[in-house]
Design a protein around this ligand. Structure first.
Ligand code: ARG
Length: 457
């Protein structure tokens, strides 16, 4: 018989049992569920809401179940609906009558919210740690490439020379922001909701602060309806996960592009590439592609849960059971993505020579050429036109700006002098960009130092 079977005259249809049961996926919450119950029972005993002896038996019984569950010794019962009823049923089987007092002053509605909040908090902390490892890897790599010149792009067209370190540091900024987003998601989840009951609190004198203290929550919720109806903390996690996956997918796309025969900026390690069953020459960047592809799943889960929550009347509705598979899959996808991405990044070889050669093609110093004329007193708009004409001339002659002689340059503007050649070298173009946030090596060094400081906080 069901734990809630008292008012029913018929057993549930088999189809319904199968349809509404969540134990197949919420068993992953056993740790949180049992830990939450231990705190609840401890508080019930301390408050004299249940006899102290029963509270002790419950706590001991739950600890035993937790041990067995950790060792994989428990076969969760599919007919017991969800993790909450599984644990309670098992407890009563093991310790008898006292077990029936565990659910005093509690509902599965506040229980499931508590469990998922605990799970979300752990997921946020875990993600932060993974982001920190990725950030360390990026910072170490950037440090080695302060002087590795590469072309910077807009519209995927060569634009201006930058350094690989500067490019990598752009991702450092993104992942630092991601870490902040997971910290915010943690704070959203860090609210203790037991005591909300089914929706309207409870008549028992629960000590909610005590439960919060036992379970390491910072605050207690302030409205019982919101306590059971809120899933913002999951949406915050999913939103943070989506943005983080979006960043990973952009990075993956660049590695895929840079790994092509056309670019050849990077060489993927054999251990992180795969072959083709038909084309013997192939070495494909499947890992990067798969991370890029899995980004779609995480976005989907964010949209999915937003849609589940949209228009739901207060307070709890069974629709909300749909939160868990979305949340778990998003978390698993993100964790796997971050793990394999960081491991892959550690093995990528950056080809300095190819990158530097790539930087000098495509007139990446054209802006600097205009800036040179400005330095000699020419207004920027005129300088822009002169260099445009120079570029058109070079395209006709199949030359780069620096291939022209001083005499040729002077035909376009008399302000050109011999110092122009040093001024337009790739190294000079990068080194002259020395304001905060720009790619000159000493500025990037400052950015690296500042990011390392932030990482410590
Ligand atoms: N398995 C349910 C869920 O995941 C637990 C809460 C059930 N509450 C209820 N009133 N049916 O949401």
């Amino acid at each position: 018989m069901k734990l809630w079977g008292g008012r029913f005259e018929k057993a549930t249809d088999g189809l319904v049992d199968d349809f509404h049961s969540s134990i197949s996926f919420d068993q992953r919450l056993f740790e949180q569920d049992i830990t939450g119950s231990i705190a609840h029972a401890t508080m019930l005993g301390e408050q004299g809401i249940i006899p102290a002896g029963d509270a002790e038996k419950i706590v001991e019984g739950l600890k035993g179940i937790l041990r067995d569950a950790r060792e994989g010794k428990i076969a969760w019962r599919m007919d017991a609906e969800d993790i909450h009823m599984n644990v309670e049923t098992l407890l009563t089987e093991r310790i008898g009558e006292a077990g029936k007092r565990l659910h005093t002053g509690r509902s599965r509605n506040d229980q499931v919210a508590l469990d998922t909040r605990m799970y979300a908090k752990a997921a946020c902390r875990e993600t932060e740690a993974m982001l920190e490892e990725l950030l360390e890897t990026l910072l170490d790599t950037a440090q080695q490439h302060l002087h590795t010149i590469m072309p910077g792009y807009t519209h995927l067209q060569k634009a201006q020379p930058i350094t690989l370190a500067h490019h990598l540091m752009a991702y450092v900024q993104m992942f630092l922001r991601d870490r902040n987003r997971f910290r915010q998601a943690f704070r959203a989840a860090d609210v203790m909701v037991l005591g909300s009951g089914a929706l309207a609190g409870t008549t028992y004198p629960l000590n909610r602060e005590r439960v919060a203290e036992l379970l390491d929550f910072s605050v207690i919720s302030e409205n019982s309806l919101d306590g059971v109806a809120d899933r913002d903390y999951m949406l915050d996690y999913l939103a943070a996960a989506s943005i983080c996956m979006m960043h990973l997918s952009r990075f993956c796309e660049e590695l895929i592009l840079w790994n092509t025969n056309e670019f050849r900026f990077v060489e993927m390690d054999d251990a992180f590439a795969t072959g083709s069953s038909i084309m013997p020459q192939k070495k494909n960047p499947d890992v990067a592609e798969l991370i890029r592809g899995k980004t779609g799943r995480v976005f989907g889960h964010l949209m999915g849960l937003l849609t589940v929550m949209k228009g739901l009347p207060l307070a709890y509705n069974k629709d909300m059971q749909e939160d868990k598979e979305a949340f778990f899959d998003a978390r698993d996808t993100l964790v796997k993505g971050l793990t394999v991405f960081t491991a892959m990044l550690k093995t990528v070889t950056f080809r300095r020579d190819v990158m530097e050669r790539g930087a000098s093609g495509g007139f990446t110093n054209a802006t600097d050429c205009a800036d040179y004329l400005v330095k000699k007193g020419v207004p920027f708009r005129d300088a822009h036109r002169v260099v445009g004409e120079l570029v058109a001339h070079c395209l006709n002659e199949k030359k780069a700006l620096l291939d022209l002689t001083l005499e040729e340059l002077k035909q376009f503007h008399s302000a050109f002098e011999a110092d122009v050649f040093d001024d337009l070298s790739m190294i000079a173009c990068v080194e002259k960009r020395r304001i905060p946030g720009a790619p000159a090596p000493d500025m990037v060094q400052l950015a690296i130092d500042s990011a390392r400081e932030k990482l410590k906080q």
